[in-house]
Ligand binder design. Structure first.
Ligand code: COA
Length: 185
């Protein structure tokens, strides 16, 4: 399958609720340091994501290389959001294989300074549109039960809880349920 959105290709320009402009586009190699700073920022603030250790530049480069090749082969759809020339977030869909090839896992995150401004919703709508274009039928995600902002966003764009793993996350000795949500495209 051909890439749905190519590395660096601009998907849209979007005006945030505070009036600044975000560019939503495919990532490319030049984004390595921006992506590294962004993901490590989320880890540092202890955002409710399933990543609790910082990435080294080398590990991030491996990850990005892998991701760019998955984009190229149509196994992944990946968008980054750039605000004021900096990577401020990303959103990704990873397509499953074989008899699960109509389904994909979705993940999204934004840097602290750009939350609550409509960017998450814009990225979700973009990924959903591109996933439909790619012929996908079901999107799946997992979210901490305590991540109310994320759950509200997912519900707003059509996701529903289909199950949960009680105590699926153990953070600092505290258990948190892991909620699974899906949407049919
Ligand atoms: C979750 C996240 C992607 C949401 O993106 P966002 O840009 O802040 O959300 P938006 O501004 O687009 O808001 C979309 C909807 O989500 C809900 N929402 C957003 N922030 C909220 C908050 N703090 N509390 C409750 N609901 C909230 C609202 O219903 C909002 O709809 P509205 O704009 O019509 O009122 C973002 O907060 C984030 O990246 N958090 C840290 C990383 C993370 O948790 N990733 C998800 C892991 S599963």
């Amino acid at each position: 399958m051909a890439p749905i959105i190519k590395p660096g290709e601009i998907y849209s320009r979007f005006t945030l609720k505070n009036g600044t402009t975000a560019v939503i586009r495919g990532p490319n190699w030049n984004d390595l340091d921006g992506l590294l700073e962004y993901i490590n920022g989320l880890v540092e603030e202890r955002a409710q994501i399933v990543k609790s250790e910082k990435m080294t530049r080398e590990a991030e480069a491996d990850w990005l290389g892998q991701r760019l090749s998955e984009i190229e082969s149509g196994q992944a759809i990946h968008l980054v959001a750039e605000v004021g020339g900096k990577i401020a977030g990303d959103a990704t869909v990873g397509v499953l294989a074989g008899e699960r090839g109509h389904t994909a896992y979705l993940g999204i995150g934004l840097s602290k300074g750009v939350r609550g401004l409509g960017l998450g919703k814009a990225l979700m709508h973009a990924l959903i549109e591109l996933s439909k274009k790619a012929g996908l039928k079901i999107l799946i995600l997992d979210v901490f039960a305590t991540n109310i902002a994320a759950i509200r966003l997912y519900e707003k764009v059509g996701f529903r809880e289909v199950g949960r793993i009680p105590k699926g996350i153990c953070r600092d000795g505290n258990y948190i349920d892991l909620v699974r949500m899906t949407t049919e495209l």
